[in-house]
Design a protein around this ligand. Sequence first.
Ligand code: NVA
Length: 254
Amino acid sequence: YIGPSGSQMGKKESIRDTARVLGRLYDGIEYRGFSQEIVNELSEFSKVPVWNGLTDEFHPTQVLADLLTIEEKIGRLKGVNCVYMGDARNNVANSLMIGCAKMGLNFTACAPKDLFPSKDLVDKCREIGKESGSIITLTDDIYLGSKNADVIYTDVWVSMGEPDEVWKERINKLKRYQVNVEVMENAKENAIFMHCLPAFHDLNTKVGKEIYEKFGISEMEVTNEVFESENSVVFDEAENRMHTIKALILATLG
Ligand code: NVA
């Protein structure tokens, strides 16, 4: 593990130089940071497999765990209706849309229009979906969006790389998109609830408490009731991170 203070990457040494050094020392590099450009550059210059462990644009390894969880719980991937509610242009939502498009799940982004995924990415996913049968839908209508969902997925309202100042505006925009019992009841009967974690569903976190003190909201993207319900598969997802990462490493080390 090389932490932020444990290397000169980008400070005294360029990313491409660090990439070439690490590529001589290791069989693969997982980068978990902020900038997507850094992962791309590591991949271009290191000559070893580079795994994107999370950037502020994408979170592909999370989606491998999510897809495994959906398959385990629902029994198939093709034709499953996966609805993402909330900030539908964050790292997790972007990668989930790509994953759904590739594997033939229908993906609905249910969000305020200005938090829809970028047109460019939606177009790419629709193109991919032509082959897999996946349909990508964007809607700001909570009722229509969550209707017939097999999966209701959400994530934090403010993601890495965004300043604390956006909380107020984001809460106002997204409080209607909170995953609560009404949303789950509007979905299919056995719909599952998913979240990549960490989740703000109670006041047992420092940030959760701060937000409560400032804005008076004790649950954010998901209510505690849904998070703790039988339909919630969040800890299966968390466990599946390990199994899918191991499979990914095995598949790519060659
Ligand atoms: N969207 C979240 C993902 C955390 C795994 C964030 O960026 O904080």
